[in-house]
Design a protein around this ligand. Structure first.
Ligand code: ADP
Length: 260
């Protein structure tokens, strides 16, 4: 005789049940406070000792060791920051909205350039997409920072940002004159902690492109690249174009909610 599945789950939620969100908040707060705080203390004391004791009680060897301690603490702190950004993706809340890319990307370029000697060329107008501001900010910051970073020694980075229509989508390209990536590594670099270079040559956490992929997928978009070793890289992301929708269609479309 067939037994009926017992209905184990009540259809109301127990307020005392542990929710995944609570679990996640505890994890984030543990990374922020319990792990990052002591690291900052290590970093701070190493720096203070270097400043106060160099040339007095601290010889060259001692200074070199302390610098290693400080730099490792800084590196681990950056890694934890990126890991936190990765796990937080999609949990910020907020809705997709139309984003005019011209000013948005100009501002990100300014931030990324900082005091670096480089050239960034933005081909206006870029257009408007449906996106989530915070996620899109991370996507372009990571792509542009990588384009500026992965150049051969002595080469001035030259980055070109442009867009083109692909049906109802807008494809935005971030192109560089850097070291390029062999085709067999094109999938791999989007995985978490996958890096193709040693820390001493090009520092990084191996999370930047994993963040890009996860963020773009959360916005129902796609990401890809065209590149080969020594030939520069051309990364692209594709998102739903805002202006491709007629106003009557636009009114009837529910703005896609970000998945968490
Ligand atoms: P990170 O830069 O922190 O190492 P990413 O996830 O952003 O991590 O990138 C993963 C790897 O992909 C990098 O270590 C690098 O080897 C390669 N890569 C990313 N962007 C570029 C680029 N524009 N040109 C060449 N290589 C790149």
């Amino acid at each position: 005789m067939e037994r009926e599945e017992p209905n184990m789950l009540p259809n109301h939620k127990d307020p005392n049940a542990i929710s995944p969100q609570k679990d996640f908040d505890a994890f984030s707060s543990s990374i922020s406070h319990d792990l990052r705080m002591p690291l900052r203390v290590i970093q701070g004391y190493a720096q203070m000792t270097l400043e106060d004791y160099s040339g007095r009680n601290l010889d060259d060897r001692g200074q070199a060791f302390l610098k290693r301690i400080r730099d490792c603490a800084i590196r681990l702190d950056k890694l934890l920051e990126d890991l936190l950004a990765y796990t937080r993706l999609g949990s910020e809340g907020g809705r997709m909205e139309p984003i005019a890319l011209d000013e948005f990307i100009d501002d990100i370029c300014q931030d990324c350039m900082g005091t670096r000697f480089a050239r960034i060329e933005v081909h206006h107008p870029l257009g408007r997409v449906w996106g989530h501001r915070a996620l899109l900010f991370q996507v372009f910051s990571n792509l542009i920072n990588n384009a500026l970073k992965y150049v051969a020694p002595g080469v001035t980075p030259h980055v070109v940002i442009r867009s083109e229509t692909h049906g109802s989508a807008l494809r935005i390209w971030v192109e560089d004159n850097g070291i390029g990536i062999k085709p067999q590594n094109h999938q791999r670099i989007f995985e978490i902690f996958e890096r193709l270079h040693h820390e001493s040559k090009y520092p990084g956490s191996g999370l930047g492109l994993a963040i890009v992929r996860k963020a773009v997928e959360s916005m129902k978009g796609e990401v890809g690249l065209v590149s080969d070793e020594g030939k520069g890289s051309r990364f692209w992301i594709e998102l739903l174009q805002h202006d491709s929708l007629s106003s009557s269609v636009r009114k009837s479309i529910a703005v896609p909610q970000l998945i968490s």
